[in-house]
Ligand binder design. Structure first.
Ligand SMILES: *[C@@H]1O[C@H](CO)[C@@H](O)[C@H](O)[C@H]1NC(C)=O
Ligand SMILES: *[C@@H]1O[C@H](CO)[C@@H](O)[C@H](O)[C@H]1NC(C)=O
Ligand SMILES: *[C@@H]1O[C@H](CO)[C@@H](O)[C@H](O)[C@H]1NC(C)=O
Ligand SMILES: *[C@@H]1O[C@H](CO)[C@@H](O)[C@H](O)[C@H]1NC(C)=O
Ligand SMILES: *[C@@H]1O[C@H](CO)[C@@H](O)[C@H](O)[C@H]1NC(C)=O
Length: 261
């Protein structure tokens, strides 16, 4: 009799473990995997049995000094191994890859001139934030010097445009089932905060929303494709500062939990 009870219990546990897809979390610049334990706990509490992995690569200062392509390749490798074990797919949660961390620490006068330096090869090869730098007043220099951001956006005007890579990137991005983006005006670090929702400045520093971005209307990397499938989900929260996103129960309950099926 007790033998059967044990079997039934094991089966129940098995069902529970199988019922949610694994979740993989990637921390942001200058952050560590440990700091994301708050989110990990919220997921495990809401959906018991979920296998949550926080990728422990490039913590703190390493995230600043390791070039973005190296980080992308490093994270991809770990992600591929996890995905190979999860045939039904995984949920990926990524945090702030801070487009303009420098802006927080530097006076605006300095910021005005950063385009003169940050697009130079030395900075591009050794400083993450240079890879993210996009000064809306100096697009020409950005397209000629930045070796990362225009390339992940599949920007054909980049000096380093790689048609073959672009085709694969678009194919791959278009395979995402859903993408949910979350940001808000009090973030305080991401500038502009709308860039986390695929918006950006025009040359006069007015915000142009995602729907009016060329990357979207011309479907550079698959954003338009996803939008047609209604697969882009946008959330805006007030009063959440940059380091509070992953610990916020309000954000988790309204914008994250529902997707972790
Ligand atoms: C959770 O996922 C990781 C990464 O795929 C894997 O190494 C680990 O064995 C999994 N744990 C369980 C309990 O399935
Ligand atoms: C970028 O170039 C590729 C290859 O020539 C082309 O297929 C694609 O349509 C171009 N994209 C845009 C937005 O012009
Ligand atoms: C596209 O996805 C395939 C399969 O996961 C992967 O091997 C390849 O590296 C990806 N290519 C790009 C450019 O992202
Ligand atoms: C994608 O989002 C839609 C709701 O817009 C939902 O019905 C669907 O189940 C989601 N797909 C996955 C794989 O989560
Ligand atoms: C945000 O904070 C301000 C000032 O404390 C408050 O007036 C406002 O109601 C808050 N908004 C939300 C959505 O909580």
């Amino acid at each position: 009799m007790s033998k059967w009870l044990v079997l039934v219990l094991l089966f129940a546990q098995y069902c529970e473990v199988r019922s949610y897809k694994p979740v993989v979390i990637i921390h942001g610049i200058l952050d560590t995997a440990e700091s994301l334990n708050d989110l990990k706990s919220m997921i495990e509490k809401a959906h018991p049995g979920t296998n949550v992995t926080v990728i422990k690569l490039y913590p703190e200062i390493q995230s600043l000094s390791t070039p973005m392509w190296v980080q992308v390749n490093g994270v991809s490798k770990v992600l591929k191994e996890i995905m190979a074990k999860s045939k039904d797919g995984v949920h990926l949660i990524g945090f702030s890859q801070v487009p303009s961390l420098l802006a927080k620490f530097l006076p605006s006068v300095t910021k005005e001139y950063l385009y003169l330096f940050l697009y130079k090869k030395g900075f591009q090869d050794h400083l993450t934030i240079a890879n993210y730098w996009n000064d809306p007043k100096h697009t020409k220099e950005y397209l000629a010097g930045n070796i990362f951001l225009p390339l992940v956006n599949n920007n054909n005007n980049s000096k380093f445009a790689d048609k073959q890579k672009y085709r694969l990137q678009k194919e791959n991005f278009s395979k995402l089932k859903n993408i949910t983006v979350i940001s808000g005006p009090q973030d305080g670090v991401i500038i502009p905060w709308q860039s986390a929702l695929f918006g950006f400045y025009d040359a006069s520093l007015n915000i142009v929303p995602m729907e009016k971005q060329k990357a979207y209307t011309e479907d550079w990397f698959g954003l338009g494709t996803l939008a047609k499938r209604k697969a882009i989900h946008t959330f805006m929260f007030e009063n959440i500062t940059h380091t509070s996103w992953h610990g916020s129960e309000v954000v988790f309950n309204k914008a994250i939990k529902q997707w972790l099926t």
